[in-house]
Design a protein around this ligand. Structure first.
Ligand code: BDP
Length: 711
């Protein structure tokens, strides 16, 4: 192990540090395999790809690697498309134009004009850019170069970050500072950071950015703002990123001077058509609109007794299929509707399957409630075969400890993607719905609610960037494992030292489950504090019912949990057999979702042999212990990490441990008022009284514009 003091880093470079290769045999092999570059860069995208490649090589290999015109020696790296490079055209690679499609690439080591070369080739310029980034990841993770044969193409078409950024610079549920978009100075000042944002996204295949909050402000659609958006779009274009905006459904009234936003009113459709034409005149590759309608107070077609389909299709006609798409959010529920919130999206949308126009996608959250630490998969997956369904996950940790808790979320995303819906028999996974393969949809996608802000290290917690990285990797290829993604990210972000990577990877992989345990074990959900959602709040019982916590946990003297079986809300009937029967039965329901689907007696025997109450105590304590384990793991990794990042993580783990105890003690004390059972003495007893926890107040919690909620 290299014990020399490491220069402090601030995390700005993310996973694109291009740290010099220090391992001597690897470095020697790389220097032999890459001696010069042949790369004709005739377009902006090829130019950024070549620049990235040459700068990175220089940094990794600590020698300059010249760009030359011809292959004259062994070790030439040739990059381009058959159009940009006559050499690549001449090679007639069997993967081109075939399997790699419009965005994929092939990387091979092979002879070119009798010399040993490495070829990065694609059908399109952006494919070359993605190939270059893949190759650089290969080098940063010290993989061998002798027998390269990588063929990669994205499994989904829209791989997008959803920024919940407001025009005043705040970010809804953002925990890493303020918005990156400096609307006030745009379009004249382009912060250098925008380019680094685009580079990071391109390096993991993200090709769309929704710049604005789903709780939308119509002003973004006015001309001065569109000019600002255009400046960002111009910059992002070379990196293969298209911009999208959220469309406030009532914009025709608010900025258009109309008296209605009824989607079936002729003047409303005409207004949106004209608006779309105006946008395309300024931003020719504008991606389209994302819409949150009739959800949490947002306006929508229901205001006029019209359906979601009426609303989405009207906007889809305005955009037109050859120009852009409408991404309509399926996160729809209403406290005036008496049915279980978990059922409402299916109730409303399933009957509309088949009625959406070809350029509409429905964006469905991973679970049926709201980005909780653990949810069953959303029952819309598999239930709307005629409609392309995108998967929406939260990268920002609204419900997983904000930016102070270390929670690696790839296992959570994979849990949804890998879930079997049985909609077409066994093996109909959510991933097969999402990538369009199950129902033959050409349009497909994944959206991640961004955790990026103005913090120097982008995402707040030094480990939070791993979730941005993991999201992009999974949107490209949902088959990559959480382990492999963590491995890559650690090597690129910290070091390739095997001892470091092994321990840190194990810590990451266990981290999300730890959060589930100390916040919402056994299928509990939505028991956080009101409004800002920071900390526990199982006692919350005021305000609209579906924003309380008692609505979800249903604790009483008999037991705990929400009965969603046929004797309760019957939400289970929205799932396909045999999963439906499995979750309906108390004995076969997976225990990690037990209280999601069942109201369970306190004395119910669990698989461990403990009663439900004792198991709850066990799980909460296990969660706290896991954080202590993470602290111990990290402490032992001090020699491998520079002081600044090491201490940052160490301090945040200390906060995480305190907050894990806060969750445990507050929740157990509260549930104990119903169970009337003791917390077994083998566990730490609560440090404070229930009243103490209930009376804690937190002001100015990040991520919540003050005008919306006060604590
Ligand atoms: C909830 C957030 C809220 C968002 C909403 C959404 O608390 O701020 O507006 O999701 O996805 O989880 O629209």
């Amino acid at each position: 192990m290299d014990m020399k003091p490491l220069k402090s880093e601030d995390g700005y470079e993310l996973w694109l540090r291009y740290a010099p290769v220090t391992d001597a045999p690897t470095l020697a092999a790389y220097r032999t395999a890459i001696t010069q570059v042949v790369f004709d860069a005739s377009s902006p995208t090829l130019r950024v790809a070549r620049e990235e490649l040459t700068l990175a090589l220089e940094s990794l290999l600590e020698i300059s690697v010249p760009v030359v015109k011809q292959v004259v020696q062994d070790g030439t790296l040739v990059a381009g498309t058959p159009r940009s490079s006559s050499l690549i055209a001449e090679l007639a690679l069997q993967e081109l134009p075939g399997p790699v499609g419009d965005e994929g690439f092939v990387i091979v080591s092979r002879p070119v004009r009798t010399r040993d070369c490495i070829v990065i080739a694609a059908n399109t310029d952006v494919g070359v850019l993605y190939g270059v980034f893949h190759f650089l990841r290969h080098l940063q993770t010290h993989r061998p170069l002798d027998t390269l044969h990588i063929v990669s193409a994205p499994k989904t078409k829209f791989r997008m970050l959803n920024h919940w950024d407001n025009l005043d610079g705040t970010i809804e549920r953002g925990y890493a500072g303020f918005s990156l978009w400096d609307w006030h100075k745009l379009p004249d000042y382009l912060a250098p950071r925008y380019r680094d944002y685009a580079r990071a996204n391109a390096s993991i295949g993200i090709n769309g950015a929704v710049l604005t909050n789903v709780n939308a402000n119509a002003l973004i659609l006015t001309r001065p703002y569109l000019r600002k958006v255009a400046a960002l779009a111009d910059l992002f274009r070379s990196y293969g990123i298209r911009v999208f905006l959220t469309a406030r459904f009532s914009a025709p009234i608010e900025i258009g001077g109309l008296s209605t936003a009824d989607p079936l009113a002729v003047e409303v459709a005409a207004w949106w058509k004209e608006k779309a034409d105006e946008i395309y005149a300024i931003i020719p590759d504008f991606g389209g609109f994302v819409v949150k309608a009739n959800s949490e107070g947002q306006p929508g077609p229901h205001d006029y007794d019209r359906s979601h389909g009426d609303g989405a299709n009207m906007l889809a006609r305005a955009l037109t299929a050859d120009r852009g798409v409408v991404i309509w959010r399926a996160f729809v529920y209403d406290d005036k509707v008496p049915d279980d919130r978990a059922k409402q999206a299916n109730n409303d949308l399933v009957p509309q399957d088949g009625s959406f126009l070809e350029n509409v996608l429905l964006q469905v959250k991973n679970g049926p409630i709201d980005f909780q630490p653990r949810e069953p998969y959303h029952p819309l997956f598999g239930s709307m075969p005629k409609t392309p369904l995108m998967l929406e996950v939260q990268i920002t940790q609204e419900y997983l400890g904000n930016a102070t808790h270390l929670a690696y979320l790839a296992p959570m995303y994979k849990e949804t993607l890998d879930a079997d819906t049985y909609c077409q028999g066994p093996g109909s996974q959510v991933a097969d719905v999402v990538d369009g393969s199950l129902d033959g949809h050409a349009m497909s996608g994944m959206a991640g609610v961004s955790n990026i802000g103005s913090d120097r290290n982008w995402c707040g917690h030094p480990f939070a960037a791993a979730n941005w990285f993991a999201f992009g990797r999974l949107a490209w290829d949902h088959q990559v494992s959480s382990e492999d993604i963590a491995d890559d990210w650690l090597r690129m972000t910290f070091t390739n030292d095997e001892d470091f990577v092994g321990s840190a990877r194990a810590m990451m992989l266990a981290s999300r489950e730890a959060v589930v345990r100390y916040m919402t074990p056994l299928g509990l959900h939505h028991i956080m504090a009101y409004g800002h959602h920071y900390g526990p709040g199982p006692w919350v019982d005021q305000g609209r019912a579906d924003w309380t916590c008692v609505y979800y946990h249903r604790a009483d003297s008999r037991g705990l949990g929400f009965d969603r079986t046929p004797t309760g809300s019957d939400a289970v009937s929205q799932y396909f057999s045999p999963y439906r029967e499995q979750i309906s039965n108390l004995d076969t329901c997976p225990e990690n979702l037990l209280l999601w689907f069942h109201h369970v007696p306190w004395q119910h025997p669990m698989k461990s042999g403990r009663t439900l109450w004792d198991e709850l105590c066990y799980q909460y304590n296990h969660g706290v212990e896991s954080v202590r384990q993470m602290q111990a793991t990290w402490a032992a990794l001090a020699p491998y990490v520079d002081a600044a990042r090491f201490e940052h993580v160490q301090d945040l783990l200390r906060i995480q441990e305190q907050e894990a105890r806060w969750w445990r003690d507050a929740c157990l004390l509260y549930f104990q008022t119903f169970s009337r059972l003791p917390i077994p003495l083998e566990y730490e007893q609560p440090a404070q009284s229930l009243d103490y926890y209930r009376n804690l107040k937190h002001y100015y919690v990040p991520g919540i514009p003050e005008r919306r909620f006060r604590s």
